[in-house]
Design a protein around this ligand. Structure first.
Ligand code: HXC
Length: 508
């Protein structure tokens, strides 16, 4: 018996070595951890239960029969994050560059299916060169099977991808279907085809960084939802994110005991909005002063900074926060901001996370670039996302709520449950200067100035909307936290269903 135990341990040790010491050292030299080191950091200590450690590929072409590594380039299993179960797969770049064989795909499919069945989040750590070239179509089949499970899992369990090395082909399309993608700065890249293929096809010389580094995806394309300094920070932040999320759409988001007084008032908010309506202020200051312990997990902080999205807690209850940022492009809604926020709102709705929206928006961005880029369709995404959302929705207008953007930003008209305005709110079709220049086209400068003052007096306040019932109350800025907490409590029993349909047709 003892001999069998020794042999088992020896087999395990071989599997743990992955592609061997030389490749592990190369991985470390690049500033990257190994697949197993990452899993250890991600999960609660000692909680990892591994599956399929002894799985090997079955390929024979190109001398592959002689090159077998137990585990075949991916570490899979489950463990816990602060006590709650999550499923994990972690690609091992030291084994055939983490590339996907048929056997490797079967390992990932097993944890995907298990996660859906158990109702637990799945986290994929990607560090891989796509399809195992030696396996041909079997590898493509494996990817398609994974994409299908990713799609079926969407809206059922949270799916989080972390890009932790050069990732190509199938190793970017699977993340693309998942809910969140994070990258690691300077060691991770995402592209459909790498620089070598680009050179062959388009004769373009491009670096890994310029083609698919974090500056491309977390700042320009919006494909990634954030980038972290190194592997350790990435794992720590994913743990933090998971704490905000329910394990599946069958569970409620996890409520924590809050040590932040629900009645806490913030006197400084009374002077947050400057007297001059054209002067910016930092909406993040409002968010951090209102939410529990200023704890805010921001999604896509470096992309479309004119809108802020992220998770926070109010009296222990997780909420999704969406807020216009007057500091960037005056908080205008453009294509990128609409896409970013629409996706976030839909995630929250799918997982029953209430939405808190702070509004200071001068409208949609005018101009040929935006129109030619399809602002109409992209802007409609956000409108659609808010309109279809059935989770509790609380909206606070701090200053501008102009035009179509007023409607879009979780207004009463698209089923906002509690819509509040600060006394500084201006709810109107447009800013007063633009408005009088259109309706009083032929008047003198002086007459226009008088008309503008008249328009401002009449519309640049929250009271017209309040008199119609479009705003439920005009509230004191210092009491915002208390009003949101009370509002969320009152909305706990909310029941609202959309008409039956196979699925909707959001303007994609
Ligand atoms: C088999 C692979 C591999 C692959 C890398 N390796 N990619 N083995 N299949 N796809 C192996 C290498 O042979 C090498 O083995 C080890 O992994 C490390 O690779 P290097 O090239 O030395 O590393 P690096 O210079 O860091 O470059 C990493 C890389 C590059 C950028 C990922 O390897 C690369 O471009 N690979 C091919 C990417 C690709 O085009 N994949 C197919 C995509 S199509 P040794 O033994 O030396 O350690 C696809 C289809 C699905 O995925 C699409 C669905 C939509």
């Amino acid at each position: 018996m003892k001999q069998v135990l020794i042999e088992l341990e020896a087999k395990r040790e071989t599997a743990r070595q992955g592609g061997g010491t030389r490749r592990i050292e190369a991985q470390h030299a690049k500033g990257k951890l190994t697949a197993r080191e990452r899993v250890d950091l991600l999960l609660d200590e000692g909680s990892f239960e591994e599956f399929d450690m002894f799985v090997e590929h079955r390929a024979t072409d190109f001398g592959m029969a002689e090159q077998k590594v137990p585990g075949d380039g991916v570490v899979t299993g489950w463990g816990t994050i602060n006590g709650r179960t999550v499923f994990v797969f972690s690609k091992d770049f030291t084994v055939f560059g983490g590339s996907l064989s048929s056997a490797h795909a079967q390992k990932i499919l097993k944890v995907q299916r298990q996660a859906i069945k158990m109702g637990a989040p799945i986290i994929g750590l990607f560090d891989a060169g796509g399809a195992r070239i030696q396996e041909g179509v079997d590898s493509l089949a494996g990817y398609a099977d994974i994409f299908l499970e990713n799609t079926l899992a969407s809206g059922v369990i949270p799916q989080i991808a972390v890009i932790m090395g050069p990732c190509a082909g199938g190793d970017v399309y699977s993340p693309a279907i998942m809910d969140f993608i994070f990258m690691v700065k300077d060691t991770s890249y995402m592209y459909v085809t790498g620089p070598d293929v680009v050179k062959t096809v388009t004769h373009e010389d491009v670096s890994h960084e310029d083609l698919g580094g974090y500056r491309v995806h977390a700042m320009k394309s919006g494909v990634a939802d954030g980038a972290f300094e190194n592997d350790l920070e990435a794992m720590t932040q994913v743990r933090r994110l998971v704490d905000f999320l329910p394990t599946s759409n069958r569970e409620r988001p996890p409520v924590r005991v809050s040590f932040d007084d629900a009645e806490r008032e913030e006197a400084s908010l009374d002077t947050l909005v400057p007297a001059n309506p054209n002067k910016p202020y930092d909406m993040k200051e409002l968010i951090s002063k209102v939410v529990d312990e200023a704890d805010f997990f921001e999604i896509s902080p470096d992309f479309a900074k004119n809108i802020i999205c992220g998770f926070a807690r109010m009296d222990g209850q997780p909420v999704g926060v969406v807020a216009n940022q007057p500091q960037v492009l005056a908080g205008v809604l453009d294509i990128d901001a609409s896409r970013k926020a629409a996706r976030f709102v839909r995630f929250c709705d799918a997982f029953e996370i209430p939405l808190v929206t702070f509004v200071d928006v001068p409208g949609f961005m005018p101009g040929t670039r935006q129109e030619q880029g399809g602002l109409i369709r992209h802007g409609a995404k956000l409108l659609f996302a808010y309109a279809e959302a059935t989770v509790p929705k609380i909206t606070i207008i701090t200053r501008k709520a102009y035009g179509g953007a007023y409607d879009v930003m979780s207004s009463k008209h698209i089923r906002g449950d509690l819509n509040y305005a600060w006394p500084t709110a201006e709810i109107a079709v447009m800013g007063s200067k633009g408005a009088v220049e259109i309706i009083f086209r032929n008047q003198t400068e002086e007459e226009l100035a008088a008309r503008e003052a008249e328009y401002k007096d009449r519309f640049a306040n929250p009271f017209v909307a309040a008199s119609r019932g479009y705003i439920d109350d005009v509230i004191m800025p210092h009491g915002t936290r208390r009003r949101i907490v009370r509002g969320l409590r009152s909305l706990k029993g909310k029941v609202l269903q959309n008409p039956w349909k196979k699925h909707d047709n959001i303007p994609l």
